[in-house]
Design a protein around this ligand. Sequence first.
Ligand SMILES: [Zn+2]
Ligand SMILES: [Zn+2]
Length: 208
Amino acid sequence: MIDTSFPACFQPFLKELKKIRVDLSEIKYLLLTHSHDDHAGFAAELKEKTNCRIIAHKNSIDALKNGCIINVGRFLNGRAHIEMSLYNWVKRRNFEYSPVILNDEDIIVAGDEDILKTIGVDGRIIYTPGHTDDCISVILANGNAFVSDACMSNRSFLHYRPIEVYDLALVFESWRKIIENGAKTIYPAHGKPFTVEELIHYKKMYAP
Ligand SMILES: [Zn+2]
Ligand SMILES: [Zn+2]
């Protein structure tokens, strides 16, 4: 499984899982793309229920242990600022979640890693910082790329850039890695999937 969602989404998630007839016990690994509350929100609860092993980047460890966002990025621009501030206010978002206790069974990665093949997944983990400094993506051998918040397609004005950034130059560097690692279809965490050609187009525009 890649990422959870907000803490309050655990019960709805269990219902959805039932609908698609997946038993909780089938979840053996939970890869956390980064430590934000909308991604790691119910990781602790899921780990407790399933005993799944967590896969995360080393820069996520402190935030996961504390159960809150540590390094908050800046907004991409004024519009992003207004929209995210409104969203957070309406949702009464407090950026916290149950602390995730990591143990020796969990897998901590430091950069690009080939460990997925050892657990039966034909793909790679690549380090894709920029939105935060702890972002990792999964690129499968068939070209399906799960890039979390390295790209966002839920608002057209973003042009696939994240609405919050820690380092925009690093975002474009991560896009280059996603493209060069054979991505064909990009699955962002926020918004609909899109083709790598679109990403190439906007990368040329912003970081030629
Ligand atoms: Zn995020
Ligand atoms: Zn997110």
